[in-house]
Write a protein that binds this ligand. Structure first.
Ligand SMILES: [Fe+2]
Length: 216
């Protein structure tokens, strides 16, 4: 599997869209999914830090999917009129998102009830989300690269930033770098606006670390 940092390097070309933030976000989602599956397998989803880790994961997943649904797929749809096969791929992206929301709700309900259904719910979510993320990477990103421009992509990143606001960025940035090596983390952080990088260094990173998410 390609590492995040290789993706950053190979994606840097002025005429091509750089998908780094999409990849690192997907990888962070996969990482937390495995952490939740491990906690469920150990019967430790009652740990407050696991609950908090889960809340961060669901919040970041929902922001990611909401902005894709509200901004990215509609604009891509406009570019693809008269191309039924490509439009069918967008239908599939939306349908895959729609499967995931009720799965998250079912897991939240099982967590709230303290029922034994959490592990089964995570198994279902894991299957659906892993399939969706790789489907998006393998099929949708190349299509985006073919019909959208780096300027379009800046628009998407702007929509994501507006949705996250500063409070969301305060969580998203250290969440992304959570399991990166220090060298990879430094390299990726250089892509962030300097004021956010400074805030992360002075406060966000330590605050995130002190939450000790996923421990049990
Ligand atoms: Fe995505």
């Amino acid at each position: 599997m390609t590492t995040e940092i290789e993706r950053i390097v190979t994606a840097n070309h002025p005429d091509r869209i750089n998908f780094t933030e999409m990849y690192v976000t997907h990888d962070a989602l996969r990482r937390d999914l495995e952490r939740m599956a491990a906690a469920a397998a150990a019967g430790r989803t009652d740990s407050p830090q696991v609950r908090e880790g889960w809340a961060v994961f669901t919040r970041q997943l929902q922001v990611h999917h909401t902005v894709e649904d509200a901004w990215l797929w509609p604009r891509l749809r406009e570019r693809l009129s008269g191309r039924p096969d490509d439009l069918a791929l967008l239908d599939a992206m939306e349908a895959e998102h729609a499967v995931i929301d009720p799965q998250l709700e079912a897991i939240d309900a099982a967590l709230a009830a303290g029922s034994g259904d959490v592990a089964a719910g995570i198994t279902e979510l894991r299957a659906a989300l892993l399939q969706h993320l790789s489907h998006e990477e393998v099929a949708a990103l190349p299509l985006i690269q073919a019909v959208m421009t780096p300027k379009d992509w800046s628009g998407f990143r702007g929509a994501m930033a507006r949705r996250q606001r500063l409070s969301g960025a305060a969580e998203w940035i250290p969440w992304i770098t959570d399991d990166m090596t220090p060298a990879d983390s430094r390299k990726w952080l250089r892509r962030m606006p300097p004021p956010l990088r400074l805030l992360n260094k002075l406060s966000w990173q330590a605050r995130y670390r002190d939450r000790n998410l996923w421990s049990y």
